[in-house]
Design a binder for this molecule. Structure first.
Ligand code: BG6
Length: 467
């Protein structure tokens, strides 16, 4: 029998820009994501984020469906640009009200709100002030955090700082997180985000002593492609760059020695002030949230010199290269989704063990899931046994990790509802609930329960003991 903790937070995730739409409603200021589809780098032939799956106008109905599924928690992000109007920090009362209503509705059904403060959608006014390049970013983020804590702090216990801070570094351009105007190096941007995260944690401690706050990077075990010592060293390097530097800074309060030397080798410098060093030391999280999709397998590729830091031009899970050190390659032992992401539930277990062994903090999974194209049957159904199978395997792996001693708080896979993928449009569907729209035909946005909806409902009822 698989035992999950009594108060385990079963639920699912979404993010504001991929789910809400309503970009011209309720006084929302523009965000860089509103017009991502108008930029040269956005793939052609797919929809952008202007309408998404219209949660802004369906939120009540959507929460009722979450309640029907028996959600104990719901992880969503607040759109910075919906609640703050400009760089001066003027508040948009209608935006504040939207999230108050949403949170109240969740609490009405006893669903714990788990709030991501920043999920990829920088307001345009931030971009105009130098965006992520400037160390001013952390001050603006702190002001935003203050507004969040003042307005929602009495109702929200779990806060997540920045979604996938590591993906700003690796796929910042490919998935539109960083504007073309940006001039700073990706490592300086990482540092600016780390300081912003630390300031938010520090402020949370001060304003909301009973709340819990943590980071939410994208983490995965890294395998060596062979048992050669060179491949093993390459694996160590990749796991530093892909995972640990992002968790070390927030959980240990400093960058590791290996990373500092690596930056010197590639002639990169991060400007860190004394004050920032202190803030980073004094702002440890209560838990680690992370998103897990698949592991990475790497092979050595030696050259005399390490020429550059990590390059990734593909997506969050594939196509990683560190020139002179190695690259990620296909793992022959793993199956792939139709979008080329490897499926590895055993790797989920190893990732959980590694993260827990390294930091000894409770873990919350804030994303995990299967993106596929799906079409309604003639009687309006989605028979998604493949998704049920994916979840069965991953939840089983998680229960085994718990049996091994990993302390876990919750599981909120991606995604509660179909929404717009980071760069594959609305056709790459992840939800327990189908949303009736196509790339350019917005249809009726009807919400339709997939087979996985009923399966997940039963799993939650039984607290995962039937897995
Ligand atoms: C994560 C992001 O990287 O993966 C989500 O936090 C994203 O925003 C999810 O949607 C799945 O990725 P994709 O590219 O399939 O949408």
């Amino acid at each position: 029998m698989n035992k999950f903790p009594k108060d385990f937070l079963w639920g699912a995730s979404t993010s504001a820009y991929q789910f809400e739409g309503g970009i011209n409603q309720g006084g929302k200021a523009p965000s860089i994501m509103d017009k991502f589809d108008e930029r040269e780098i956005y793939p052609k032939g797919i929809t952008g984020f202007k309408v998404a799956t219209d949660h802004y106008n369906h939120w009540k109905e959507d929460v009722a469906l979450m309640a029907e599924m028996g959600f104990k928690s719901y992880r969503f992000s607040i759109s910075w640009a919906r609640i703050i109007k400009n760089a001066k920090g003027d508040i948009n009362p209608e935006g504040i009200k939207f999230y108050n209503n949403l949170i109240d509705e969740l609490l009405k059904y006893k669903i714990e709100p788990v709030v991501t403060m920043f999920h990829f959608d920088s307001p345009t006014f931030i971009d105009e002030k130098g965006g992520l390049d400037s160390n001013e970013f952390s001050n603006m983020f702190e002001l935003y955090a203050k507004v969040l804590f003042e307005n929602y702090g009495s109702k929200v216990k779990y806060w997540l700082t920045i979604n996938e801070l590591n993906m700003f570094v690796f796929v910042g351009e490919a998935i539109g997180l960083i504007s073309e105007k940006s001039k700073a190096s990706k490592w300086q941007i990482m540092h600016n985000l780390n300081v912003a995260q630390a300031k938010a944690i520090r402020l949370c401690r001060k304003m909301l002593p009973n709340a819990k706050i943590g980071p939410a990077p994208n983490i995965a075990s890294v395998y060596a492609n062979s048992n050669t010592p060179e491949d093993y060293l390459t694996k160590l390097t990749f796991e530093q760059i892909r995972n640990w530097i992002f968790l070390d800074i927030v959980c240990r309060g400093e960058y590791g020695t290996w990373f500092k030397n690596f930056l010197k080798k590639i002639n990169e410098k991060i400007i860190i002030t004394k004050e920032e060093e202190k803030i980073l030391k004094d702002s440890k999280p209560d838990f680690i949230a992370f998103n897990y999709y698949s592991t990475m397998t790497v092979q050595n590729e030696s050259a005399d010199d390490v020429k550059d830091s990590l390059i990734n031009k593909t997506d969050q899970q594939t196509g990683y290269v560190i020139p002179g050190i190695g690259r990620s390659i296909k793992n022959k032992n793993l199956q792939k989704t139709e979008y080329g992401w490897e499926i590895d539930p055993v790797g989920f277990k190893s990732t959980l063990r590694e993260v827990y062994d390294r930091y000894r903090l409770p873990i919350m999974i804030t994303e995990n899931g299967l993106g596929v194209t799906e079409t309604l049957t003639s009687d309006e159904k989605i028979h998604d046994d493949y998704r049920i199978d994916y979840y069965k395997q991953h939840i089983k792996a998680m229960s085994e990790a718990i049996n091994d001693g990993v302390e876990m708080i919750g599981y909120m896979p991606w995604s509660a509802f179909d929404l717009v993928s980071s760069h594959h449009g609305v056709s790459k569907r992840y939800g327990f609930v189908y949303v009736n729209r196509d790339e350019f035909d917005e249809k009726d946005m009807k919400r339709i329960r997939k087979d996985s909806f009923f399966w997940y409902k039963e799993l939650i009822e039984k607290n995962g003991e039937n897995i």
